[in-house]
Design a protein around this ligand. Structure first.
Ligand code: CAA
Length: 697
């Protein structure tokens, strides 16, 4: 018997206990142990088998670290078939999270019991695969086609009560999984219950699968796993036999397992967990956080305050006037109402958060007791300096002083205080109570426990926190300004904003760069261009059409017009008919004869620009690891998760080909297309960005 499964016989019941912390993943030792346990139970004359997990959970799924490696016997599908085929009554008792292969083991058992807090689901689509151990065949047989399709294509886990209603489990009982499982197995034996194999149940009812397939493909923006998983459920309904359905499931599973999308999504899974685990923070205690100050109650400040309130912190909102403070409170209340609507907080909690946890202030001395203050005032160095000078005067010793600047030099801001070691950048993304990304910007003198406090705040706020160094735009906005410049160059040379947006949503981005610019507000880029104008190199190609739009008062969605025209009450916009003339005028000014671009060329250039700048960001230490860039783009910039992030995408595409293209583009514009030294080095050494991730985690 393997160490991962403990075998005992208690009366007529053989008990198989999984002991594979932290989540009882179904690695090879667990699979071997289960197989041997079933066999031993049959040899021992047991009448029933109980399977459950020690520790925090039943099996949380296949061991994801085994993906892409040769499958060691026994495979999960064979194991599930063997469990189901046992002549003994097999009972699974679930607690924690019975996910993926875990739920598949439970579905192969003949009876299922769970504690009320247990959650179960088939989240494989989020790893770019589908349930590959009979889940697409067994779940629809017990839950019906629609319910199974919903769970399998969304990957959404459900609670035990809902699983009971859907017929996925037989009983929900409070107690320890071992005790309730033993009692249930004994009860079944006493009642003379029959062995009950899901595979023997009739095939579920078919639906219009072709229509559903198209809907899923569209909804997934190119992600293949939900639509492919649906085809496997279709086989459950339409195949000649259960075995034929299992065979089809395996074929489709292998297709996805061998896909680039699986590589991208598994990278995202592990990187999402690794991103906040910085080697430098090991053993560093964060400072205490209970009271937070927020300066500036616009959209950003109100969003930050909302996120802090929702995570249980007390918030003092500082504004310039009573009227502005009241407006900030209204914004926060509006955000919190959204949380009430979504069932996240109750009406009573809403009252407590807005009336007890939130304090409005117009005087800096109100921030004297704050553990951390984050400013979200106008993006202008002189304004930031005034704020930090005041904070330095009033804040208690040890308070963390944070700026939410998106571009400005945090070292310069820190230098205007007498405590630069307490100053940090906390760059939230708007709306800050919704967007998952937080860039924790570490300045030269920021002390390590202040960095740890930034990450601790991110965790409290349920953010994905990424460490960034100081440079113009940090990780995300710096890379954005480069790929946006690449898009502008393509427009000057002949592409249209609409073709570019279409090509990039085709690649899987949530929105194209011009739709994003309209959403963020065109004035932001305008201010940044004006700020950088004095330092620009004469060789830089800077288009004038974006400035012209702003000069005419068009700032995107907030003014109803930008690259697109927005009609009140309508989602999305239609191309602004004035834009082509602005672009043509700009081309004429520069004596450019426009040429055609294919969508493939647009995507390739855009991605090469993104990867090249990202490689510079890693090479300069602004991001410590390639995965930090990947998570920044994934969680803050709408990068398609199934591609893993720009640097994972680059690894998959091949770094040598990307470098070769950059060199070719450099023949037209050797200022913009300067290859990143790190990219050149990796290509020369035959290494990848993922090699760097492994070496630095
Ligand atoms: N395989 C390998 N490692 C896993 C794992 C898995 N299935 N699930 C979690 N882990 C690891 C995590 O990477 C993490 O490791 P580190 O501590 O080294 O970072 C550790 O276990 C704890 O995980 P979390 O930090 O995520 O803990 P949590 O309590 O926040 O969440 C969880 C627990 C809900 C189980 C979450 O980890 C999770 O969602 N895991 C993935 C579940 C899943 O997708 N299962 C399906 C697998 S695919 C499958 O089963 C395919 C098939 O049909 C053959």
């Amino acid at each position: 018997m393997s160490n991962a499964i403990k075998y005992e016989k208690i009366g007529d019941i053989a008990v198989l206990t999984a002991q594979n912390p932290p989540v009882n993943a179904l690695g090879v030792d667990v699979r071997k142990g289960l197989l041997a346990g079933i066999q031993q139970a049959e040899n021992d004359g047991a009448k029933a088998v109980l399977i459950y997990g020690d520790g925090r959970t039943y099996f949380a799924g296949a061991d994801i670290r085994e993906f892409g490696k040769p499958m060691l016997d026994p495979g999960l599908p064979d194991l599930c078939n063997r469990i189901e085929a046992s002549p003994l009554i097999v009972v699974s008792s679930m607690h924690g999270t019975a996910l993926g292969g875990g739920l598949e083991v439970a579905l192969s058992s003949h009876y299922r019991i769970a504690v009320p807090s247990a959650k179960m689901g088939l989240p494989e689509v989020h790893l770019g695969i589908l349930p590959g151990a009979g889940g697409t065949q067994r779940l629809p047989r017990v839950a019906g086609t629609e319910a199974a399709l919903d769970m399998i294509t969304s990957g959404r886990p459900i609670k035990a009560g809902e699983a009971l209603e859907k017929g996925i489990i037989d009983r929900v009982t409070e107690g320890e999984p071992r005790e309730i499982g033993l009692a249930y197995a004994q009860e079944l034996l006493d009642a003379g219950a029959a062995r009950r194999a899901v595979g023997d149940m009739p095939a579920p009812e078919a639906i219009d699968f072709d229509v559903r397939y198209e809907t899923l493909l569209k909804k997934g923006r190119g992600q293949l796993s939900p639509a492919t998983a649906m085809r496997a459920v279709q086989a459950a309904c339409e195949a000649d036999s259960f075995e034929a359905g299992i065979k089809r499931e395996r074929e489709l599973f292998m297709e996805l397992m061998n896909s680039d999308q699986r590589l991208g999504m598994v990278h995202a899974f592990f990187s999402e967990r690794a991103v906040s685990k910085l080697p430098e923070l090991k053993g560093v205690a964060p400072r205490a956080l209970a009271d937070i100050g927020v300066i500036g109650g616009g959209t950003m400040g109100a969003g930050i305050a909302t996120a802090a309130l929702l995570s249980g912190l007390s918030v003092t909102m500082l504004e310039m006037t009573d009227e502005a403070a009241t407006a900030a409170k209204d914004r926060i209340a509006g955000n919190l109402q959204g949380a009430v609507k979504r069932g996240k907080i109750s009406a009573d909690q809403f009252e407590a958060l807005t009336n007890q946890s939130l304090t409005l202030a117009t005087d800096y001395t109100s921030l004297a007791n704050a553990d951390l203050v984050v400013e979200a005032v106008f993006e202008e160095m002189s304004v930031k300096k005034i704020v930090f000078t005041q904070l330095d005067e009033v804040c208690k010793p040890g308070a963390v002083l944070a700026t939410n600047t998106s571009y400005l030099d945090v070292n310069e801001i820190a230098a205007c205080t007498k405590r630069p070691e307490d100053v940090i950048g906390l760059h939230f993304f708007s709306p800050a109570h919704v967007m998952k990304l937080l860039e924790v910007v570490v300045a030269d003198k920021t002390s390590i426990d202040v960095v740890a406090t930034g990450f601790a705040l991110g965790k409290m706020l349920n953010k994905i926190s990424v460490r960034a160094g100081v440079c113009d735009g940090f990780i995300g906005n710096r890379i954005l300004s480069t790929y946006r410049a690449c898009a502008d160059h393509m427009i000057l040379d002949g592409a249209s904003p609409y073709q570019i947006d279409k090509a990039l949503t085709g690649f899987g981005f949530a929105m194209g760069p011009f739709a994003v610019a309209d959403l963020a507000g065109l004035d932001i880029g305008w201010a940044s261009r004006k700020r950088l104008a004095p330092t620009r190199d004469a060789r830089e190609r800077v288009p004038s059409f974006p400035d012209k739009l702003c000069e005419d008062g068009h700032f995107g969605q907030k003014t109803g017009k930008g690259y697109y025209v927005y009609e009140a009450g309508k989602r999305g916009g239609t191309p602004n008919p004035d834009v082509p003339a602005l672009i043509e005028a700009n081309r004429a000014e520069l004596a450019i004869t426009p040429r055609d671009f294919t969508d493939a060329e647009i995507t390739r250039r855009y991605m090469c620009a993104m990867v090249n700048e990202a490689a510079k960001v890693v090479g300069e230490g602004i991001a410590q690891r390639p995965l930090d860039v990947d998570m920044t783009l994934l969680f803050g910039y709408g990068f398609p998760r199934y591609r893993g992030g720009p640097l994972k995408w680059a690894d998959i595409e091949g770094l040598d080909g990307i470098l070769a293209d950059i060199m070719a583009y450099a023949k037209e514009d050797d200022y913009f297309w300067q290859p990143a030294p790190l990219l050149q080095q990796l290509v020369a050494e035959g290494r990848t960005f993922d090699d760097l991730n492994r070496e630095n985690s």
